[in-house]
Design a protein around this ligand. Structure first.
Ligand code: CO8
Length: 256
């Protein structure tokens, strides 16, 4: 598949996907979502890739669903095409870590896409919001579910009901993003973090992602049990032997 609405690069063991519809502030249309799903699946399957970075432009990560493409949708159009979920599930199934590197607007589906990433590094000009209410619609790709889990019910209600945007500083304070960096350092910081992750044992990294995600899907006691079982299983891997021996031998581990 050749891409027009995204750009794809590799940096060592890091796969970089850049949303690229500059004339529409990276508004999410079917083409972009299909290409994104395809690129994510390819990086996920690529043995040479250990971590993925998803980014947009300096002005916009993504300004939401492409309003022009859906303004005339009927209920049946949305239902029959399974609007949103058909691609969204691909993204959710990616097993390698995905870092969102967010600059500028991350609104509506753009904010929801950023929240699908395992963590977000934000530029200091980032703005997050769920402005769907202004369009007479509700968030449709997890905004009412992931936002309260990330920033509390109070802030999520405030953002979804008033459509106010949250700037990068507030987003970090509220726990929506893991770090805020100057705009000109965003890609270096995101690629450096991804390179660190990609240098670790890939199966271990995937198990950690899986276990942390469990925290949002289950009770504490079930989650802790799941973690313990995974923890036990790592003693069956060469990477545990290599990681622990390397520490004791005061050298860097080599994870094959
Ligand atoms: N859809 C289509 N086109 C858009 C969108 C969008 N979401 N956002 C911006 N554009 C276009 C503008 O129409 C404009 O095009 P043109 O130059 O041809 O007139 C161009 O991008 C630049 O935009 P602005 O001139 O408006 O730029 P400003 O800097 O003045 O404003 C804003 C930037 C504040 C981001 C403004 O563009 C805006 O409010 N955009 C809409 C944001 C919004 O409401 N997003 C929610 C959309 S609904 C949604 O996301 C439902 C999610 C469902 C999941 C979807 C998964 C696929």
């Amino acid at each position: 598949m050749s891409y027009e609405a995204i750009q794809v690069e590799t940096h060592g063991k890091v796969g970089l996907i850049r949303l690229h519809r500059p004339a529409a502030l990276n508004a999410l249309n079917d083409q972009l979502m299909d290409e994104l799903g395809d690129a994510l699946q390819k990086f996920d399957a690529d043995e040479g890739i250990g971590c993925i970075v998803l980014t947009g432009s300096e002005k916009a990560f993504a300004a939401g669903a492409d309003i022009a493409a859906i303004v005339d949708h009927t209920y049946i159009d949305a239902y029959k095409s399974n609007f949103i979920t058909r691609n969204w599930e691909h993204i959710r199934r990616v097993r390698k870590p995905v870092i969102g590197a967010v600059a500028g607007f991350a609104l509506g589906g753009g904010c929801e896409l950023a929240m699908m990433c395992d963590f977000i590094i934000a530029a200091d000009n980032a703005k997050f919001g769920q402005p769907e209410v202004k369009l007479g619609v509700v968030p449709g790709a997890g905004g009412t579910q992931r936002l309260p889990r990330a920033v509390s019910k109070a802030k999520a209600m405030d953002m979804c009901l008033t459509a106010r945007m949250m700037d990068a500083e507030e987003a970090e304070r509220a726990g929506l993003v893991s770090r805020v960096v100057p705009l000109d350092k965003l890609m270096t910081e995101a690629l450096d973090a991804a390179t660190v992750i990609a240098s670790m044992s890939l199966p271990t990294v995937m198990m950690i992602k899986d276990a942390v995600d469990r925290a949002y899907e289950t009770t504490l006691s079930e989650g802790v049990l799941y973690e313990r079982r995974v923890f036990h299983s790592v003693f069956g891997t060469e990477h545990q032997k290599e990681g622990m021996k390397a520490f004791l031998e005061k050298r860097k581990p080599v994870f094959k």
